[in-house]
Write a protein that binds this ligand. Structure first.
Ligand SMILES: CC(C)(COP(=O)(O)OP(=O)(O)OC[C@H]1O[C@@H](n2cnc3c(N)ncnc32)[C@H](O)[C@@H]1OP(=O)(O)O)[C@@H](O)C(=O)NCCC(=O)NCCS
Length: 274
């Protein structure tokens, strides 16, 4: 990352362009800002995406709908520190790796807050580790080696967000059987190719949990959602196999629709619940 601490925001800098900070929150629309299938098949587009990312487009942006702000970091600016109020959330013995991912993802969250027209704030930790954003905002954080990201939306337009990042490589031996349903393994077997779909499945499941938990405050096991992919459209569907009663007064959860991308050795998944 060049400029100190400047996570790349994924929403246009002009707040008026989002219609959000004016209070006139646009309905969230699923529409690729970058169509991964444009001009060829998805795999070729994934390769082009690597070039796009280097050229400055945020990768997370490509799988978030308009009206949801995302930001990401590929390196850890050394000057980043916990925001006031966040230091106590890190255990005294937190190793450097944990400290950097914690601070980096929260820095991204503040970049996304700014894009939503919101002031900077501490991003706290709630029940079972869920991130807690300022009033009126929901979102999700992720971090893996070489990547940190946040995606946030206003509660007027978005009920929940779940994002996840994973290295694009195979799952360790024995893990797939622990985190998948038989139907999912069959789908994967039918679609073997250059993509590590086992890891993509895992990534989609973790995004599912992150979108689910803040609305329900209940555990969701890997066997509790059936994930199916559209490998051409770069979408996935999470069918929730357990009752989806929620705490936000909205309709119960039955399914999620998500987007995914594979670029620069990275798998990203995103679910935005409206
Ligand atoms: C919580 C979990 C999803 C985090 O995923 P991960 O790949 O290990 O880690 P990531 O870096 O992508 O994400 C970490 C962030 O997730 C967020 N998170 C943690 N617990 C969360 C929860 N209960 N709800 C929502 N978000 C949560 C936090 O923001 C955390 O970052 P932080 O600790 O710096 O605040 C994972 O550890 C887990 O427990 N999975 C089991 C549940 C599951 O995935 N079920 C599948 C349902 S189909």
């Amino acid at each position: 990352m060049g400029a100190a601490g400047s996570a790349r925001p994924a929403v246009a800098a002009d707040p008026a362009a989002t219609g959000i900070s004016t209070g006139l929150v646009e309905p969230v629309r699923w529409a690729f800002r970058v169509d991964p299938a444009a001009g060829g098949d998805g795999r070729a587009a994934a390769c082009r995406g690597a070039v796009d990312a280097r050229a400055g487009a945020a990768v997370i942006e490509t799988i978030l709908p308009a009206g949801v702000a995302g930001a990401e970091l590929f390196t850890d600016p050394p000057e980043l520190k916990p925001y006031p109020g966040e230091e106590g959330l890190l255990s005294a013995g937190a190793v450097d790796k944990r400290r950097r991912e914690f601070v980096g993802a929260r820095h991204c969250a503040r970049q996304a807050l700014a894009e939503l027209g919101e002031p900077p704030a501490a991003i706290l930790r709630g029940e079972r580790g869920m991130p807690v954003f300022p009033k009126g905002v929901v979102g999700s954080l992720t971090h893996c080696d070489g990547y940190r990201a946040a995606a946030l939306g206003h509660t007027l337009a978005v009920r929940s967000v779940g994002i996840d990042a994973e290295p694009h490589g195979p799952l360790p031996d024995g893990v797939l059987g622990e985190v998948s349903l038989r139907a999912e393994r069959e789908e994967l077997a039918d679609n073997s190719g250059e993509w590590h779909l086992d890891r993509l499945l895992f990534c989609a499941k973790e995004a599912t949990y992150k979108a689910w938990f803040p609305l329900t405050r209940r555990w969701l096991g890997f066997e509790d959602a059936l994930i199916t992919f559209d490998l051409t459209a770069h979408t996935f569907h999470s069918e929730l196999l357990v009752p989806g009663g929620v705490l936000d007064g909205g309709p119960p959860l039955r399914e999620f629709h998500g987007r995914w991308t594979i670029r620069d050795g990275l798998i990203l998944t995103a679910i935005v619940v409206t």
